[in-house]
Design a protein around this ligand. Sequence first.
Ligand code: 4NP
Length: 166
Amino acid sequence: MKILLVCLGNICRSPTAEAAVREALAQRGLSDRVEVDSAGTGSWHLGDPPDSRMREAAATAGLRLDGEARQVTTADFEHYDLLVAMDRANARDLRALAPDEAARAKVRLFRDFDPDADSDEVPDPYYGGRRGFARVVEICRSGAAGLVDHLADEFDDRGTHRDRPA
Ligand code: 4NP
């Protein structure tokens, strides 16, 4: 299973979601079964590390961010099973980029996997204050738990199907 987390710049929300998903996979012993990366729909920050404000908020909560910003490509729709958007604009941009209907069907909203979500979007913290960055970390941890629960269910289902007599 391969998952791509997607936001606008790939320097705030999606690197945090990526780190939170890796953490949740490790906690469940699923790290070897899922490939995770992140990317942005925009190109302003190509090659940049995660935003220093975002790294600080994440580090305060015990989450380390790394990687360099890159932009989503059409090839990502072939490689990844799910392209998981942080907000509706990201999802809309991804669907516009998708080469065909099968690719469009891979686009999902991150918070749709979170049963406790109070909104379907991860708010963009870029032009706001510190509290917004701290909130992104909380949302990403909660969303990651929901996404990894979903993946674990998928693996269980597949196992059940495999074990079923023909
Ligand atoms: P992100 O945040 O999409 O969560 O990485 C942003 C980063 C940069 C910009 C906007 C949002 N920007 O306008 O440069």
